[in-house]
Design a protein around this ligand. Structure first.
Ligand SMILES: *Cc1c(COP(=O)(O)O)cnc(C)c1O
Length: 355
């Protein structure tokens, strides 16, 4: 049976998007594709408030995280570690032969501008990689403030952001916030099927990439740019997903970005108060995520059992990620879910657990 997804990716996809995926196929060197690509990118530029480059990568987000590292880092990069996804950046960098230093914060805490300042002041870093919304802990890091700090005190350092579970669910002003590379897969707050990744690249990050050796081919910004000027991609793109993204951008503007972000906050606020009443919140209250809530399983309920019961009612939530499995569970409230959906979900959980 189909289950409504309250997991942090893939997320629930609306029928209108599924219908857009079922378009008749077009050639990727046809002007029909270039028109579609160009339109989609200009809507994304408006939405993400950037005049920089935007590439559409047919890959999961992790692919473009690797691409970001290979394009903009010669030698050394500063990493943050506040959960499983920020750890992933570090693994990607070291497995590509880059040197890293890591800001390690306790799980459930945020990475703050002060911490970034302390590490960058040691010198030698070309970039800092940050996970905007740490999906494993339910904490959103203050990238606006971190971007401002880097701009003021370390103007040569590039800021790379994994915005996979935040982009399209909360505001991101790419240029104003001094963010050089920002990437997100479509299966999270964009509420599309998986397989496509949106990445913004500032002019200076692009220029820097031209001097970096061995940046590979598939994710190479220079190769992507050569085709992007013609509103195309070097290899065959996931055309159906680009079409779905174009339709989704129209839906986002129709709802209104501000309203969309507020809807995410309203859903988050509902889940948070439910969690505070019945369990506890895991993350630092000051930095709670607007797209996913990590509930501390203080009642020690059987999360797998709960999900099996929810499945019978047509819903699915997530267990805690990695080391938090069992001690936490996660309810995602992102994309095209509505407040009524999360209210329905918590009612079901209340009913199942007898709360
Ligand atoms: C889901 C997620 C990823 C991984 O995305 P893929 O598209 O599966 O590669 C990376 N970072 C964050 C913060 C995520 O939530």
């Amino acid at each position: 049976m189909y289950k409504k997804l309250f997991i942090p990716g893939p997320t629930h996809v609306e029928d209108e998007i599924l219908e857009a995926m079922a378009m008749p196929m077009i050639g990727h060197r046809d002007s029909l594709y270039s028109d579609l690509h160009g339109e989609t990118v200009s809507k994304l530029k408006k939405f993400l408030k950037t005049d920089g480059h935007i590439y559409l990568s047919t890959s999961s987000s992790t692919g473009m995280m690797e691409g970001a590292i290979r394009n903009v880092v010669h030698k050394k990069v500063l990493m943050t570690d506040c959960g499983a996804f920020s750890k992933r950046w570090g693994k990607i960098a070291t497995s590509n032969g880059k040197e890293i230093d890591v800001i390690k914060v306790d799980m459930g805490q945020a990475t703050t501008p002060d911490m970034v300042d302390e590490y960058l002041s040691k010198g030698g870093f070309e970039a800092v990689c940050i996970t905007h919304n740490e999906t494993s802990t339910g904490v959103m890091n203050p990238i606006k403030e971190i971007g401002a700090l880097v701009k003021e005190k370390y103007p040569d350092v590039l800021v790379c952001v994994d915005a996979v579970s935040s982009m399209a669910g909360t505001e991101i002003k790419v240029d104003e916030w001094n963010l050089d590379v920002v990437l997100a897969g479509t299966q999270k707050a964009f509420a599309l099927p998986p397989g496509l990744c949106v990445v913004t690249v500032s002019e200076r990050a692009f220029e820097k990439s031209l001097s970096v050796e061995n940046r590979g081919f598939y994710f190479n910004f220079e190769e992507l740019e050569k085709k992007a000027v013609k509103h195309q991609t070097p290899a065959t793109p996931a055309i159906s997903l680009v079409n779905a993204l174009n339709v989704q951008m129209d839906r986002i503007f129709k709802e209104g970005p501000e309203k969309r972000f507020q809807r995410h906050l309203d859903m988050a606020e509902h889940v948070r108060s439910w969690a505070r009443k019945n369990f506890a919140l895991y993350g630092d209250e000051k930095y709670l995520s607007p797209t996913v809530t990590n509930v501390h399983n203080t009642r020690e309920i059987d999360v797998v059992g709960l999900n099996a019961e929810l499945a019978k009612r047509g819903a699915m939530i997530s267990n805690g990620y990695g080391t938090l499995k069992g001690t936490c569970f996660r309810i995602a409230h992102m994309g095209d879910l509505q407040l009524a959906d999360v209210q329905w979900l918590t009612d079901q959980i209340d009913d199942i657990l007898g709360l």
